[in-house]
Design a protein. Structure first.
Length: 376
């Protein structure tokens, strides 16, 4: 019997210098650096450089990357016009997909797949995707977009463009760390999707649009918004047991729990939980964070003996809520971070490409006689 690798589980499709995960130990390493160290000491810009170059930048290189990102924040008149046309009808992840394809359509060098040009595209998309999402959110709330500020780093500038208010130091740093945590995760579904598109030598913009479409699903990046919905439904701690028991009795999954690779707590969930405690100290909106902690405890009891633990999405929902971010932006924010990992994998893919084209085992009928439509 031919073996089928359903969901490609356990299949190695390529090599990478970007990320190593040990799902048993709960270890996550970006290009040699442990995620706990990066979350403690680095910034999103440093991590972007690390992923694109497999080394940390010196001061001059970091300043150059920051300046490049700042210079790429503005959107073209065409992207502006399209966003103003579509915001009422189109949800945020699809908006991002559309915007990425338009940014690509306007780039005359989109088919230049040289490493130098691809790195420029990676920085351009990283900068502009943040502006797209902030502008989209402003428009749908009947507000004018807020111009980016050159004196703010990527994380702080996004919060600024979203709210038009100076974020607190704690909010800036929390969001910066959230971006670091979501920046890269080896060969997940959306990264693979980008890889498949790039393997046909289609351009980086189309590969990223593919990745955004894949991230959207609730079994992947969409889980953070799904976690928020669960918290909304549960409402109060006394409802946790009844809600979870009913959900599992129906055979449904608890969002934010479980992972294809991690068979222990996702280290990113640990870091977000720790940050959550800090933010909660001063947040007037800590209810869902406290509810998440209680939900986590009940799930640990209920799922005892099963390798099902909180993943990155479990705490991102309540931490973003405390930062005042609307729940349907959680998955787009994932994309704003993961654009760095996606593009880093694409740099590797274009440098050593092979068309991705697996097989499917045919199980249909054979030797049928064609009947003209009138006789069917
Ligand atoms: N709640 C309840 N049971 C679960 C869950 C869950 N969240 N996840 C897995 N299980 C159970 C399955 O029902 C299955 O049980 P069985 O063996 O008795 O049939 C067992 O655990 C193994 O599940 P699989 O589906 O084989 O595991 P897989 O590796 O495909 O699942 C996935 C990984 C899709 C992430 C899954 O855990 C899930 O659906 N989680 C909820 C969605 C989620 O949080 N996604 C975000 C993942 S992180 C990210 O993408 C950023």
């Amino acid at each position: 019997m031919t073996e089928i690798a359903r969901g490609l589980e356990g299949v190695n499709v390529t090599t990478t210098k970007l990320c190593r995960i040990d799902g048993q130990k709960g270890e996550l390493v970006y290009a040699g650096y442990n995620i706990y160290d990066l979350a403690e000491h680095s910034t999103f810009e440093e991590v972007a450089f690390l992923l694109w170059n497999q080394r940390l930048p010196n001061a001059e290189e970091l300043a150059a990357l920051k300046a490049e990102l700042v210079a790429e924040r503005e959107l073209s008149p065409l992207v502006n016009t399209v966003l103003r046309e579509i915001w009422a009808e189109v949800r945020p992840m699809r908006t991002l997909e559309v915007a990425v394809e338009i940014i690509g359509a306007e780039d005359r060098k989109s088919s230049d797949l040289s490493n130098a040009q691809l790195k420029k595209t990676a920085a351009r998309l990283t900068a502009k995707m943040a502006t797209v999402i902030a502008m989209y959110d402003r428009l749908r709330h009947g507000k004018e977009p807020v111009a980016p500020r050159a004196d703010l780093n990527h994380a702080a500038n996004f919060l600024w463009m979203l709210t038009g208010e100076e974020p607190t130091e704690l909010a800036k740093r929390t969001f910066d760390v959230a971006l670091i945590l979501h920046a890269e995760h080896e060969m997940n579904a959306s990264t693979f999707s980008a890889m498949v598109t790039a393997s046909t030598l289609s351009d980086m913009y189309s590969a990223i649009a593919s990745a955004i479409g894949t991230l959207k699903g609730p079994l992947h990046g969409g889980a953070n918004e799904a976690v928020y919905k669960v918290l909304e439904e549960i409402k109060t701690p006394d409802q946790i047991k009844a809600h979870v028991d009913a959900l599992t009795a129906r055979g449904e999954r608890v969002m934010g729990i479980g992972h294809r690779i991690y068979k222990t707590t996702d280290p990113r969930a640990n870091i977000l939980e720790k940050l959550g405690h800090k933010v909660a100290e001063t947040s007037p909106d800590r209810h869902y964070f406290d509810l998440s902690l209680k939900l986590r405890d009940y799930l640990a009891e209920k799922l005892q003996g099963k390798p099902l633990y909180p993943n990155v999405d479990f705490f991102s929902a309540s931490v973003y809520k405390m930062l005042g971010i609307p729940s349907d932006l959680y998955t787009p924010i994932f994309a704003l971070a993961r654009i760095t990992g996606w593009t880093a994998h694409l740099l590797e893919q274009y440098a050593d490409n092979r068309l991705v084209r697996p097989n499917a085992v045919y199980q249909g009928e054979e030797n049928k006689t064609y009947q003209p439509v009138a006789t069917r």
